[in-house]
Design a protein. Structure first.
Length: 132
């Protein structure tokens, strides 16, 4: 009977560890978590983030709408943030697409290469304006 206590303690420890592992895996991040992370991130104001939503027509596509603050941020900052948005979305949607668009014109503001790096596009044209 001298082994009964260590075996009981081992069994108890095993069930506690198993319970902790199950509890830790009980909530795996989903699309709503990724959207909340992007909406609440430090990049919200500095880059003019206006809205983030899943496309109703193509659920694997995340539409990120940006306003005037987008052009005010440095190019390096915009690339960094857009690359992070894609990485965040891809954690929950492995084949996901991120569309960063101008809030007013809905023109695409970013394209991504195969490595997931963001490439900035020219600002949308305003009717009647001439680019320098």
């Amino acid at each position: 009977m001298k082994h009964a206590l260590p075996l009981a303690a081992a069994a108890l420890l095993g069930s506690v560890l198993l319970g902790a592992a199950v509890a830790a895996g009980a909530h795996s991040p989903g699309p709503g978590d990724a959207i909340a992370e992007i909406r609440g991130g430090e990049a919200h104001e500095p880059v003019g983030l206006r809205a983030v939503a899943r496309s109703p027509e193509l659920p694997r596509m995340l539409v990120v709408r940006v306003g005037p603050g987008w052009e005010s941020a440095s190019a390096a900052r915009r690339r960094e943030v857009a690359t992070r948005w894609r990485a965040t979305w891809r954690r929950v949607e492995p084949n996901g697409i991120v569309a960063v668009v101008d809030d007013e014109s809905l023109e695409s503001r970013v394209s991504y290469d195969r490595q997931g790096r963001a490439h900035l596009k020219d600002p949308p044209r305003v009717a009647g304006s001439v680019r320098e």
